[in-house]
Design a binder for this molecule. Structure first.
Ligand SMILES: CCCCC/C=C\C/C=C\C/C=C\C/C=C\CCCC(=O)SCCNC(=O)CCNC(=O)[C@H](O)C(C)(C)COP(=O)(O)OP(=O)(O)OC[C@H]1O[C@@H](n2cnc3c(N)ncnc32)[C@H](O)[C@@H]1OP(=O)(O)O
Ligand SMILES: Cc1cc2nc3c(=O)[nH]c(=O)nc-3n(C[C@H](O)[C@H](O)[C@H](O)COP(=O)(O)OP(=O)(O)OC[C@H]3O[C@@H](n4cnc5c(N)ncnc54)[C@H](O)[C@@H]3O)c2cc1C
Length: 662
């Protein structure tokens, strides 16, 4: 399939004619440099030239089973195409391209992410040597099986047991209750023949907590389930129904001692336990995936924004001035207010994802040499950013759908599928409220440590009792970010005060925590957003030295919008702590409206620069040419109901009803 860039409609031509910046330069910034843009485009070209990767029929028209098979067909084709052309699976993930072809629930996604990452991050050298080549070459196919019917969040509460039998040097895996059934893991139902399984380790009758085990589930020749194992698919879900999310039960199933992942903790042949350097090292795959999800959420949000912003430039509705031609709906301030702050969010998340990745790489390098001290900060940052990124992507994607009116509700807009896929991100890999509470725990600990004069890690250093000696004027970007920081400091101080007050009046610390948890979640959210603002301002000011003035101006405007919007959202707190006054807020609101109108002028060009091709957008509303109505009409013709003029349903039900004497 070759891509011919079509002529675009007059509306979009006019929009593009107003572009005052170098789009390619902005594309390079978003990709992380010109080399990465070039690499992404090479991958895209290769994928576009592989027709087997594209659907002939929308998954919506397929049966549950055909939908799964079709996605599996494309997933396997994707992997072989990448391999043959010298790319890795990771290349397709990090560029988003592979995901976009398969975001109806790619049944190999857990294999190439959490299964491989667990092998890489949790194996001892022998295990790595044995399992990695097999998994990389798809000789074994696996998933990450942790969540159970009874417990997802509370990992310490998992019920699956792995009991060591020193006489045979084996672990006996068992699901003692119905609630111990593994439930949810992607690709567990029918695709995987292996799984990394989280189970409670028992040695000599004593429980040592959750540990990870490599478990073969199916025969490698026949693909039949092995004895002692029950496995199946869990049925339809809100979205991603081409995946085979599964269930799994063990009935005293035996695996060799060497199948416990032993990089961090070990069990000796005679059943002795060797402790890890940090008790949460076995949660490493989850942390790594949270980092990936921040990127993933920003990418999905960007697809929705491209669709909604292009559509808003093509769609004309009503009269702004009586008797005048119908304006583009993007000219309505309310439409700009719906979309443009989310466009700013996308950029903010992209820069923050990059900063988080650096922290992840730094921390991982430290772990390699036994340094554990950065782990709590990485856990807090990755938890907070995963939660904010998915919350905002879900909200933003839905706003994009609403901003497209009725047509946004069409499957062919692709907005419903983007929404249902990313909506799961709020829940999977740590439910967002729960992750925020982890961040809050870190904030309160840090606040208390700082009150005792201890130095704080970089991401929370602004919490120290003495305000930072920033002299930036309030209305500058830095000044407003400092005001937001003062707001968080006040909120955390207030949370700490309330916790202490409850404890002083006789509540247990745990009861006090629960009684303050609504406020604590707000603290965590505000802290993470403060961090995002900081990263955005830093990134834009650093780029200022290297980019052309047109691109710098656009980035500056987006950053400004993000900050102004955040200040308005936090107005109540900022007024209460005295960081801003009513007069400042009024001028911030006015400036936001002004900025919306400014950004509107180049909005289409900005989303063009995100550079996602039509074949990856998969949207009747968002295509490059803006030929919206023709595309919607053509898609409707593909409905199976349109194959015949009169359907079977007419003869079976409607006609008898019409003929009945009611
Ligand atoms: C082609 C696609 C591939 C793409 C991959 C890349 C990106 C993804 C992209 C797309 C996704 C597409 C497809 C994939 C689809 C789905 C994947 C989803 C897979 C899953 O969905 S897979 C299951 C995940 N399931 C969870 O996510 C469980 C959540 N639940 C927990 O994670 C914990 O259970 C928690 C956090 C609730 C703790 O609960 P807790 O507090 O009761 O625990 P505990 O008492 O043990 O903690 C005592 C001390 O440890 C600290 N601590 C805890 N965790 C730490 C850590 N990780 N590192 C360092 N410290 C940590 C605490 O902060 C505390 O610290 P302190 O005492 O100092 O305050
Ligand atoms: C599409 C999808 C794919 C998934 N893929 C996988 C996979 O591949 N492998 C895997 O192992 N799992 C997977 N999961 C499971 C997922 O990780 C869990 O659903 C998730 O961790 C949440 O756990 P839970 O379902 O037990 O929710 P619960 O913890 O029961 O949450 C229910 C409610 O209780 C609240 N709550 C729970 N604990 C607390 C607390 N301590 N404080 C305050 N509130 C609390 C939550 O905020 C939430 O509102 C997947 C889930 C989905 C939806």
């Amino acid at each position: 399939m070759s891509v011919v860039v079509p002529e675009c409609c007059d509306d979009l031509k006019r929009e593009r004619g107003r572009c005052l910046f170098n789009k390619e330069e902005l594309t390079n910034i978003l990709d992380g440099g010109p080399k990465l843009t070039e690499k992404r485009r090479r991958i895209e070209k290769m994928l576009i030239n592989t027709p087997e990767l594209f659907d002939d029929v929308s998954p919506d028209y397929l049966s549950h089973e055909d939908r799964y098979s079709n996605e599996l067909r494309k997933a396997t084709q994707l992997m072989t195409t990448l391999e043959k052309n010298g790319f890795t699976y990771n290349d397709a993930v990090t560029t988003g391209t592979g995901l976009w072809l398969l975001m109806d629930g790619n049944p190999l996604s857990l294999h190439i992410s959490m299964f491989l990452d667990t092998i890489k991050g949790q194996s001892n050298p022998q295990q790595l040597q044995e399992w990695l080549p097999l998994a990389e070459k798809f000789k074994i196919i696996g998933t990450y099986a942790q969540t159970e019917l009874g417990h997802g969040t509370f990992v310490r509460g998992l019920e699956t047991t792995a009991t060591y039998d020193s006489t045979t040097k084996e672990f006996v895996l068992h699901s003692p209750t119905i609630t111990a059934t593994k439930w949810w893991p992607g690709a567990l139902g029918k695709t995987s023949n292996h799984a990394v399984v989280m189970a409670q380790l028992y040695l000599g009758g004593k429980c040592y907590g959750p540990h990870i085990f490599m478990v073969q589930l199916r025969d490698l020749e026949t693909h039949r389930t092995l004895p002692g194992i029950v496995v199946g698919e869990i049925g339809p879900r809100l979205g991603m129904n081409s995946n085979d999310n599964g269930f799994l039960q063990f009935n005293h199933h035996r695996i060799p001692l060497t199948n416990m992942f032993m990089k961090h903790s070990q069990v000796t042949e005679d059943g002795k336990y060797v402790k890890p350097l940090h008790s949460k090292l076995s949660y490493g795959t989850m942390v790594q995936t949270r980092v990936g999800i921040v990127y993933h959420a920003s990418r999905e949000l960007s697809r929705a924004l491209i669709i909604a912003i292009r559509y808003s430039a093509v769609r004309h509705q009503s009269e702004m001035v009586p008797g005048d031609p119908e304006p583009q709906i993007l000219d309505y301030q309310t439409q700009q207010y719906k979309l443009l702050p989310h466009l700013a969010s996308f950029f903010a998340l992209r820069f923050s994802a990059r900063a988080l990745l650096e922290v992840f790489i730094g921390t991982s390098a430290g772990l390699g040499s036994g340094k554990m001290n950065m782990l709590p900060e990485l856990h807090a940052l990755s938890s907070g950013l995963k939660a904010v990124a998915t919350n905002d992507a879900v909200k933003g994607t839905d706003i994009c759908r609403l901003a497209c009116g009725g047509h946004g509700y069409l499957s062919s807009s692709n907005l419903p599928r983007i929404y249902t896929a990313i909506a799961a991100g709020i829940t999977y890999e740590g439910e967002n409220t729960v992750l925020f509470l982890q961040v809050a725990r870190y904030l309160i600990k840090s606040f208390r440590a700082s009150s005792q004069g201890q130095t704080l890690p970089f991401s929370v250093s602004y919490l120290r009792v003495q305000p930072p000696s920033s002299h930036a004027p309030l209305m500058s970007d830095r000044g407003l970010v400092d005001a937001l920081g003062a707001g968080v400091r006040w909120m955390v101080g207030e949370a700490e005060r309330r916790l202490q007050q409850l404890v002083d009046s006789g509540h247990s610390p745990h009861a006090a925590w629960n009684a303050c948890s609504v406020h604590l979640v707000q603290c965590a959210d505000a802290h993470t957003r403060y961090y995002i603002c900081e990263q955005f301002v830093d990134a834009v000011s650093k780029l200022g030295e290297t980019v052309s003035s047109g691109v710098h101006e656009v980035l500056r405007q987006l950053c400004r919008l993000y900050i102004l919007h955040r200040v308005i959202q936090t107005a109540g707190i900022l007024l209460r702590c005295g960081a801003v006054d009513g007069k400042a807020l009024t001028s911030i609101e006015e400036e936001e409206c002004h900025l919306l109108a400014t950004l509107r002028i180049q909005a289409v060009s900005i989303v063009d620069a995100i550079d996602i091709k039509d074949v990856f957008l998969k949207s009747t509303l968002g295509a490059w040419d803006g030929n919206v109505y023709q595309r919607i009409y053509e898609e409707a013709q593909k409905s199976p109901l349109n194959k015949s003029d009169v359907t079977q349903g007419y003869y079976q039900y409607l006609r008898p009803l019409m003929k009945a004497n009611l």
